[in-house]
Design a protein around this ligand. Sequence first.
Ligand SMILES: NC(=O)CC[C@H](N)C(=O)O
Length: 387
Amino acid sequence: MPPFFSGPAVPAILALADGTIFKGISIGAAGHTTGEVVFNTSITGYQEILTDPSYSRQIVTLTYPHIGNYGINAEDVEATKVHAAGLIIRDLPLLASNFRSTQSLADYLKAENVVAIAGIDTRKLTRLLREKGAQAGAILTGTLGNEPSVQQAIELARSFPGLAGMDLAKVVTTKAPYEFTETEWKLGEGYGKVDNPRFHVVAFDYGVKRNILRMLAARGCKVTVLPAQSTAADALALNPDGIFLANGPGDPEPCDYAIAATRELMAKKIPTFGICLGHQIMALASGARTLKMKFGHHGANHPVQDLDSKQVLITSQNHGFAVDAATLPENCRVTHVSLFDGSLQGFARTDTPAFCFQGHPEASPGPTDVSYLFDRFISMMEAAEKK
Ligand SMILES: NC(=O)CC[C@H](N)C(=O)O
């Protein structure tokens, strides 16, 4: 290993459930963590990835080799804390450089109590995950001069039961409703605020990323964010112009409360927009099925085709479950397809103003090719207003 870390290095081990061991150094909190190990191919955005609630109970390995280059920048987080269960990287740079940076990645990981490992052959790890599929894993740190136990690391990895059947939306969601009116951040200006909002959107928080709420606010929406287990009646009591179904972690299938509320709200023909877990919930509420993917889609360079315009969009993705397109009922029209593997990326209901997207149109930090879906949601609320 080339030197990439100043000062004495604390050894750490990454173990996979299949018994594979990787040795590296600890760059975060001391202790251990377990979760599903997934790879993300984004070149930038480690802060947005770490704080995306959809990564709850997942240990993320980043294929880009230098992580931490631009330090920690307060405006770039997607939630109040780190949600990823751990971080695996190749190389932590000696210097972090950005005019906004206030902290190094390693100091941040320690402060957030996140176990993380560097010095890992992330290309080998990614190949393994691609061949065998995402699998349970553990990171275990040692002490100065003492390696942690390989056997203990493997046992920890095998103790993680997997994400299938796990309802995590109700774990990460807000405990109480709140209003959101902050618009996107601009250099020299900071965040704006929506003045005289045109629409009132009620968002079901299954693990929402802040940039989604900002993009709604930037288009003239006042957003009321509700806890995941809120009912359709809770939403209706707020007299919404539109309903938003957020992204979120875990398996969509056990989220029966969300499926029931969505079904009821769509039956009332209220404009509804779902992203990622929200897309999967809309599919389940429409009568389709979801499945667990082999290693999922996690990255910022995934080509997706809009079947209406025929345009190919470069998109941001983060999902390990998918909607089985073959199970979509007749009142669902496929609108978007992944050009990586042909899997379903979006559909629209034909009998009610509702549509959804599997990837991340808010794409923080980018690319922004699919942001037009937010405008589509606004047009839908406009059309409903005129009726
Ligand atoms: N980003 C998300 O909303 C992810 C949805 C779901 N947890 C999945 O892994 O497929």
